[in-house]
Design a protein around this ligand. Structure first.
Ligand SMILES: Nc1ncnc2c1ncn2[C@@H]1O[C@H](COP(=O)(O)OP(=O)(O)O)[C@@H](O)[C@H]1O
Ligand SMILES: [Mg+2]
Length: 263
């Protein structure tokens, strides 16, 4: 049973995200350079791009797990450092296999040496629909249950900015749709930057779509290319009114004019 009655919307002052003079590189190999983009406070932005372009590297850099390269600036919409206001959900769920679901949800606070509110953790597990799996270990759970626990752990961090790396890609279509709807509800009023390789997922969830193409970045939805999927999320991606937005995304993804990966 999923409790969708509360989403703690009032506890967040939405914070935007701004990347300026962006440069992503591993050693001599430059993945992306000279890019800037904004994620509006309280919006949901999807990052798309072909495999290997640097989506996960970018997300991990924003999360503070990788040192920014060169001139890259990662700030909030008021020009302040993001510090500890960012929660990150990795491409693999990264649940610790020897911990139960509830202990995985409380892991962040425990690692920081903070007092852990077990009732709050149980409440979040209930909101993600896996209260009855609190004592199960990851190996005993289905893929959908593990992703719900990973989502619960992300929510437990209570951060206004949430970064998610292909959080639903390993799920079957029905479970994916359910979890997308759940995430839209639970993350309402937070600022979400989500990597996906699926244009339909972006059409379903995104206020704004950013296409990564090495080594430049094109912002679909910017004033230069004003393509914002119409309607409110979660949308039906097969809705005919989304056809133009879908074509624009596919065109940007397939654009062969920018393929250079190194400088
Ligand atoms: N830790 C690392 N060290 C060196 N190269 C890496 C590392 N992680 C990723 N890469 C390389 O960076 C490129 C982009 O990877 P990634 O950000 O995972 O792409 P995406 O998420 O878009 O598929 C790939 O060529 C990958 O091999
Ligand atoms: Mg990736």
């Amino acid at each position: 049973m999923i409790d969708t009655s509360t989403n703690h919307a009032a506890s967040y002052r939405p914070i935007g995200l701004s990347v300026r003079n962006g440069r992503l590189a591993w050693g001599e190999t430059v993945l992306l350079k000279d890019f800037s983009f904004d994620v509006k406070p309280g919006s949901w932005t999807c990052l798309l791009g072909e495999s290997g372009v640097g989506k996960s590297t970018l997300l991990r850099t924003i999360a503070g797990l990788i040192e920014p390269t060169g001139p890259t600036e990662i700030l909030d919409h008021e020009g302040c450092a993001l510090r500890d206001r960012v929660a990150y959900m990795a491409q693999q769920d990264l649940l610790l296999p020897w911990l139960s679901a509830i202990d995985n949800v409380m892991l962040g606070a425990r690692l920081r040496g903070e007092a852990v509110d077990g009732d709050h953790a149980r409440d979040i597990l209930a909101r993600t629909g896996v209260a009855e799996r609190a004592n199960a270990r990851p190996a005993e759970m289905s893929g959908g249950e593990r992703q719900r626990v990973a989502l619960a752990r992300t929510l437990m961090e209570e951060c206004p900015i949430v970064l998610m790396d292909e959080p639903f890609s390993a799920l079957d279509a029905i479970t994916r749709t359910r979890l997308q709807d759940l995430a839209v509800n639970l993350l309402a009023h937070r600022t979400v930057l989500m990597v996906t390789h699926d244009p339909f997922e972006a059409l379903r969830l995104a206020d704004d779509v950013i296409i990564l193409r090495g080594p430049v970045l094109d912002h679909v939805g910017s004033p230069n290319m004003p393509i914002v999927p119409p309607g409110t999320v979660p949308r039906d991606p097969t809705d005919p009114t989304l056809r133009d937005a879908h074509q624009a995304i596919m065109h940007a993804l397939a654009d062969p004019t920018v393929t250079e990966k190194t400088v």
